[in-house]
Design a protein around this ligand. Sequence first.
Ligand SMILES: [Zn+2]
Length: 435
Amino acid sequence: MQVSRTIPNSIFRVASIPVILFLMLILQPSETAAQKRSTRLNAKPANTVEAAAMEFALTAEQVNELVGKKADVLTTTGKLEQNVEITRFFTGRNKGHVKSIEFKAENAKRGKRFFATKLVEMTVDEKKYQFQYIPSLKAALIENLDQKKAAITEKLRLSNEQFWEEIPEEEQNEHVEEYKTFLTKVGEHFSALNMKFYETKYFLFFTDMPAKQVAPYLIQLDKMNELLGRSFGFKPGYNIWRGKAVIVAFMGKPAFLEFEKKFYNRIETGNAIGLCHSHSNGKVIVSCYRGDDPNFFGAVLVHETAHGYMHRYRTTVSIPTWINEGIADWIAMTVVPSSKEVKYRQTEAAARLRQMQTFGGQFFNSDRLDSWQYGCASALIQLMLKASPEQFKLFFNGIKDGLTWQDSLLRAYGITVEQLSQAYGQSIGIPRLTP
Ligand SMILES: [Zn+2]
């Protein structure tokens, strides 16, 4: 949810360089369960990301056994190298630490060498493997993805959660048709508005806005899709949505309110100018209205759609509110820099905290944030991402894989919520900020 407000001109830097260094210092790894396990396996992970990746990593011997086999390999550009022979691994002193791989296509005379950073996944003998690049090793570990998935599935079952299923192409098309039927009904209900469809690879956009105003928003949504995929670790080109994400965007507020009432039976929308309806079957419908601030609307659109993306990412596990809202505002600020709303919220939040010296005990566990708290949420997410995108990826995926966010924070960054608060406090001049 977003609340509209006027935006003063303010220049506010969330994390200066010394602050990032401080965060890195206090974000030093502590010994986690994962580390203890892999220590027993005679490995010595230098940090928590490494330790977590080692849980399902192939041993040097297992890596070597893959030489000579045929593989389908997905690269970070989204290209699939099909049925290529693995001819050689270039490794560090530890033969399980893969720096690059040589593949040979069927009729090629010579092999092609790929750096581990350029690889996402591969399938060999119908088994799936994932390349986990570990910056401190300057090499990738190859994870047994099937084994990892089985372990997570088992864990999620205990809390009635599961991986979202891969949807076959023809079923995806059926979902899109289902949405179009729904949108046709919406169009009939608002026949005076003469609403039109705009369809992209990932989105169905239905609106009464003039065509030339729609184009930039579609570009921003695609950007969001791509950037979140990269931040969380989804393979490129993957369609996360059930069919596509549906956006119903009105010019004016009355139509938005009428849509919510008629199609979602919702009368109370507060100050929202956009809402994300994340259905348990995976359907995502965002409704919103443009009003008279096109930049702010762009940010709201990205914010709300990001909620849908997080709903659809990987598993059905829901993301705690401060993280969910923090990521949604961070991505809105990143993709729509012309809107200063999120930066303003961060400044306002910092000012409040300077008076209070504490988050007040509720922030991290509340289902709803007060409007000023959105600024803390996005600033915290921004700080964590700046400290290390790799650790952030591990943090987010840990929650989606069934860890509590506190455990996931400890595993990925080696810190507690008190230490996280302190690091954020440092960045805004409150050294003893408490949760
Ligand atoms: Zn929100």
